[in-house]
Design a protein around this ligand. Structure first.
Ligand SMILES: [Zn+2]
Length: 419
C-alpha cells in the first residue's frame, strides 16, 4: 500500500486545488444511525452534487472536475463502514451511492481518472474482516476507469472492475479469489504511451481477517518493498509457454533470456531464488497462466488476450498470503508469495537484444523479464528521477537494461540476504 500512499502524497502536491469542501451528514433512524463524510478538492469547472436522504439511509453523490481533483468520502453504520478515495492530476468524474440499513452498509462507485497520475481505493470494514481494493497509474496520457461495489456487514467485501488504458487490471475473479480468506493479490503492468514514454499501473486487493489495518512496508529511497517475499530458498520455477511466442523467437530463446534475468537476481542474493526455467505445452499454459486463477504455478506467456491493451507491454500478477508468515533476511515478517504469473503482450514487437543498451521499436525480453521478476520477488516500482539507474524504475524509453542497480540489490538483499 506504500505505493499508493506515495501517489496520494504526490497528487496532493500536484493538485493544489482551488477550493476544498468538507461534508459530514448523520442519520439516526429506528434501525440505527448512519454517518456519511466527505472531503472534496476540485478545480477547473468543478461540480459537486450531494444528496442525503435522512431516515431512509440512502446517500448519493456525483462529482466531476475538468482539472485536478481529489475526493475522500465514506459511510459508516453500526458494525460496518466503507470509505473511498479517488484522485487525479488531470480530470476526474465520480458517482457513488450508499445505502445504510440496520448495521449493514452497501455502496457502489464509478470513477474515471485521467492525467499523468491517478489513484483510487475502497476499504470496506466489517466485524470480521477488512477488505481493501486500491490501484493507480503513473505516466503521461494515463487513464483509469473503476466500478466497485462494497458491502460491509459482519463480512466485508469489495468487488468490481478496473481498467487502465483499456487493459482490465481488476475483475471479479481476483476479488473473489481472496473472499473469505486471509489473502491478497497484486497486479503490476508496464504500459507504453503514445509518445513512447513507459508508465506503470497497478492494483492491490487484500483481505485482512480480524479487521487488522495494513501497515506500509518499510522502504528506502532506492528501493521499495511490496511486503511479500517467497518461502526460504524458494527456487521458484517459471514455466514458459511454448505457444503464441513472438515471431522468429523460439521457446528456447525465451527460456535463455528469462534464465539470464533470473541469474541477475540470484547472484546478488544469499538464498536460491529460482530453479530451472521449464517449458510447457498448450494445455498447461492455458490452465495455469489463466488470469485470476490461483493454482501455485508460475507461468510466463505471450498472449493476445484483450485484457492487455495495445499499449500494455507486460503484466505480473502475484498472489500472496495476507498474513505475515515468513521472515526476511532483515529479520522482519513478510507475507508469503505463492504464485506469480507474467503476461507479455503478443501484439507488440519483441526482440532479443545482444547489444545491451540498444534502443529499438520493440521490447527486449530480458529487460522486461528482469523488471517483472523484480515484482515477483517483492520489489515495487520507483518513480523518483534519482532512481533512473534502478531496474525497478517505473519508466523506460525502450532501452535494453540488463544490469541491476544498487537499490535493486539492496532491496533484494533485505528480503533474501547477501551472498
Ligand atoms: Zn513495474
Amino acid at each position: 500500500m506504500k505505493f499508493l500512499l506515495a501517489l496520494v502524497a504526490l497528487l496532493m502536491l500536484i493538485a493544489a486545488p482551488a477550493c476544498s469542501i468538507s461534508v459530514t451528514s448523520s442519520t439516526a433512524g429506528s434501525a440505527g444511525g448512519a454517518t456519511a463524510h466527505g472531503t472534496y478538492s476540485l478545480a477547473n469547472d468543478a461540480s459537486l452534487v450531494s444528496d442525503v436522504t435522512l431516515g431512509g439511509g440512502a446517500l448519493s453523490r456525483q462529482s466531476a472536475s475538468a482539472g485536478p481533483g481529489m475526493i475522500a468520502e465514506g459511510v459508516s453504520s453500526g458494525s460496518g463502514s466503507v470509505s473511498r478515495t479517488v484522485a487525479a492530476d488531470g480530470s476526474l468524474s465520480y458517482a457513488a451511492s450508499d445505502d445504510a440499513s440496520g448495521a449493514a452498509v452497501s455502496s457502489g462507485m464509478q470513477a474515471s481518472l485521467s492525467g499523468s497520475a491517478g489513484i483510487f481505493s475502497a476499504v470496506s470494514s466489517g466485524a470480521e474482516n477488512e477488505m481493501t481494493v486500491a490501484g493507480g497509474f503513473l505516466g503521461e496520457g494515463g487513464d483509469m476507469s473503476v466500478s466497485l461495489t462494497s458491502v460491509a456487514a459482519d463480512q466485508a467485501m469489495t468487488t468490481g472492475e478496473a481498467f487502465a488504458l483499456g487493459t482490465q487490471c481488476l475483475n471479479g475473479e481476483l476479488t473473489q479469489g481472496i473472499a473469505g480468506q486471509d489473502a491478497a493479490v497484486s497486479v503490476h503492468a508496464l504500459y507504453v504511451s503514445d509518445d513512447k514514454n513507459i508508465g506503470e499501473f497497478g492494483v492491490v486487493a487484500q483481505n485482512a481477517k480480524g479487521g487488522a489495518t495494513a501497515k506500509p512496508a518499510p522502504s528506502e529511497p532506492s528501493y521499495k518493498l511490496t511486503g511479500y517475499r517467497w518461502s526460504r530458498n524458494p527456487q521458484i520455477v517459471i514455466t514458459v509457454s511454448s505457444i503464441d511466442l513472438p515471431s522468429s523467437i523460439s521457446a528456447g530463446d525465451v527460456k535463455s533470456q528469462i534464465t539470464s534475468a533470473e541469474i541477475s537476481w540470484d547472484t546478488v542474493a544469499a538464498e536460491a531464488l529460482f530453479g530451472n526455467v521449464a517449458e510447457a505445452s498448450d494445455g498447461f499454459n492455458r490452465d495455469f497462466g489463466k488470469y485470476g486463477t490461483r493454482d501455485y504455478k508460475n507461468v510466463h506467456m505471450w498472449t493476445t488476450d484483450t485484457r492487455l491493451s495495445d499499449s500494455t507491454i507486460a503484466m505480473t500478477i502475484t498472489w500472496y498470503t495476507r498474513s505475515k508468515i515468513v521472515t526476511g533476511a532483515d529479520g522482519k515478517l513478510y507475507s508469503q508469495a505463492v504464485e506469480s504469473d507474467c503476461w507479455y503482450n503478443d501484439r507488440l514487437s519483441w526482440r532479443i537484444d545482444q547489444d545491451e543498451g540498444n534502443k529499438a521499436s520493440s521490447f527486449d525480453i530480458r529487460t522486461i523479464a528482469l523488471h517483472e521478476l523484480g515484482h515477483t520477488l517483492g520489489l515495487k516500482d520507483l518513480y523518483d528521477s534519482s532512481n533512473t539507474d534502478q531496474i525497478m524504475y517505473g519508466y523506460n524509453d525502450g532501452t535494453s537494461r540488463w544490469t541491476l542497480g544498487s537499490g535493486d540489490i539492496a532491496g533484494i538483499q533485505k528480503l533474501y540476504g547477501a551472498p
